[in-house]
Design a protein around this ligand. Structure first.
Ligand code: PAN
Ligand code: ZN
Length: 194
């Protein structure tokens, strides 16, 4: 199977993150795709009734999920808030837990909120030109704290897989909310031990 994959080039715009030729199409996630993750359920409901805004788009490739292969693309996370909580990605552990990922900031700025199954938490800012290493075992969620799209390139082992269920059930231990115009990390009141 791998032998069938020939070298190829994809033309991601280095500011917008979109594939310029349209050779591949991004996946899209709206408020309704992760409404239960937000703290302010009333705000989430209002947004869903008012056009159900797009939170983010990201590219994935149709490549064999083999340990020798890589998966790569861009994430375009729009600015905005649900209540006081910034727009964010769903976030996940990798199914093969101990597989790392690299993100590279292209435009906009925000943070990557990460946590291990044991409860260690890290929050790292990403600006254009920053390369962020997410080690294996760390769940990762991108959060846009700015007022323009946060665009990042990512690459990870193609067979890593995505475990969304753990985060959907338990939530993240921390949330990032705006207080007096600044992002503040708080305990997630909805977090629960599985
Ligand atoms: C990224 C993410 C992408 C979308 O490609 O999948 O940013 O975030 P969610 O997958 O959490 O919705 C990645 O981390 N892949 O492993
Ligand atoms: Zn990942």
């Amino acid at each position: 199977m791998m032998a069938d994959v020939k070298p190829f080039v994809l033309d991601f715009d280095r500011l917008t993150g979109f594939c310029k030729s349209g050779k591949i199409q991004p996946m899209q996630r709206r408020v309704s795709n992760m409404a239960s993750q937000f703290i302010d359920q009333e705000a989430a409901r209002r947004l869903m009734e008012n056009g159900d805004p797009l939170l983010y788009e990201f590219y994935g490739l149709d490549l064999p999920e083999k340990d020798g292969a890589l998966q790569f693309g861009t994430t375009i996370l729009y600015p905005g808030k649900v209540g006081k909580e910034y727009f964010m990605t769903k976030g996940h552990f990798h199914t093969i837990l101990d597989t790392a990922e690299v993100y590279y900031g292209l435009s906009g700025h925000g943070v990557m909120l990460m946590e291990t199954p044991e409860g260690e938490v890290e929050c790292k800012e990403v600006h254009p030109g920053d390369a962020l290493y997410v080690p294996g075992r760390w769940a990762h969620r991108s959060i846009n704290t700015g007022d323009e799209p946060l665009v990042m390139f990512f690459v990870y082992r193609a067979d890593a897989g995505h475990d969304y269920g753990t985060i959907e059930k338990k939530g993240y231990r921390k949330i990032l909310v705006e207080q007096d115009g600044e992002p503040v990390l708080l305990d997630n009141p909805k977090w629960q031990e599985a």
